[in-house]
Design a protein around this ligand. Structure first.
Ligand code: ATP
Length: 284
């Protein structure tokens, strides 16, 4: 069994009368990329900020690398990388200077040039933060989170506002982190991002986890497969848990009638379909 990097049990957080997190439990194994998904206001950022030690919880148990993040223990802080939004601290510093400066706060920082290369900013190492594009600035934020060579990295919507190429680059960086054995907790609104990066995801809605598992295995509570074909100019779609049996019946009936099942497909619902089904408002 892999060791557990993050353990959350019955986590609750209320802001006055707003119950933002209402009993959330999940584990993240060491070396795993875990994605938190959910609509605006679901409670993702609140959960992540509690794990980062930036917010106090109302109830529940939380362990991050074996520590309670509320203690804000120095040893814990050294082992965790947090991507701050907008590295506006040193707008006049160059990329290299900012990375070096942040690294100096750690006992065993990663090499400055290596860190800059990890996020693909080699060609901008002499540029000031104010001269960077939005996407490049986010990469600098990531470099500042990685220079301490953390074991666990929190990525809160890491590619929001990125162009498609920059997003692919960021995904490559996250994969590199995984190859280095790091644990990553990722929040994202891009289901493709979660599907492509996360080993497991949890879908959060109204402060509760409504589904959890590897992206490819998540399925709505009912049927796991959809069989579709064209018949008399109409598209027929059938949902089933047992596609073998259904296909056998469909094809033998079709053969008996001398009919071809044009456009026959068997598919599993995409993460996006699952997500929309699980998070859509009740009563619609
Ligand atoms: P988003 O996808 O929009 O970032 P989220 O899932 O991260 O959303 P949270 O930011 O955790 O959601 O917010 C959860 C709920 O808590 C929302 O109803 C929000 O309005 C409320 N909330 C968040 N922070 C505070 C605060 N500091 N004071 C009062 N209410 C807050």
């Amino acid at each position: 069994m892999a060791e557990t990097a993050i353990e959350v049990r019955g986590l609750r957080k209320s802001y006055g009368t707003v119950d933002a997190v209402r009993g959330v439990s999940f584990d993240v194994a060491q070396g795993e990329i875990f994605g938190l998904l959910g609509p605006n206001g679901a409670g993702k950022t609140t959960t992540v900020e509690i794990l980062e030690g930036y917010r106090r919880r109302s109830a529940g148990e939380v362990s991050v690398l074996g520590h309670d993040p509320e203690s804000r223990d120095r040893h814990l802080r050294e082992r965790v990388g947090i991507v701050l939004q907008g590295s506006g601290f040193y707008p006049r510093a160059t990329v290299r200077e900012a990375v070096e400066h942040f690294g100096a706060a750690y006992r065993r920082p990663r090499d400055t040039e290596e860190t800059i290369a990890l996020v693909g900013l080699e060609e901008r190492a002499e540029a000031r933060a104010t001269e960077l594009s939005g996407g490049q600035r986010r990469r600098l934020d990531l470099a500042l989170a990685l220079v301490g060579d953390p074991e666990l990295i929190f990525l809160d919507e890491p590619t929001t506002g990125f162009d498609p190429a920059a997003r692919r680059n960021a995904w490559e960086i996250v994969r590199t982190l995984k190859d280095l054995g790091k644990t990553v907790l990722l929040t994202t609104h891009y289901l493709e991002e979660a599907q492509s990066l996360a080993d497991r995801v949890a879908i959060v809605k109204d402060g509760r986890i409504v589904a959890e598992g590897p992206p490819a295995e998540l399925s709505p509570t009912h049927s796991r497969y959809r069989v579709a074909y064209d018949s008399n100019g109409r598209r027929v779609e059938l949902d089933t848990d047992d596609p073998t049996d259904l296909l056998h019946r469909l094809t033998s009936d079709a053969l008996a009638r001398g009919e071809r099942l044009e456009g026959l497909t068997v598919s599993r619902p995409s993460l996006e379909e699952v997500y929309l089904e699980l998070t859509e408002e009740e009563g619609r």
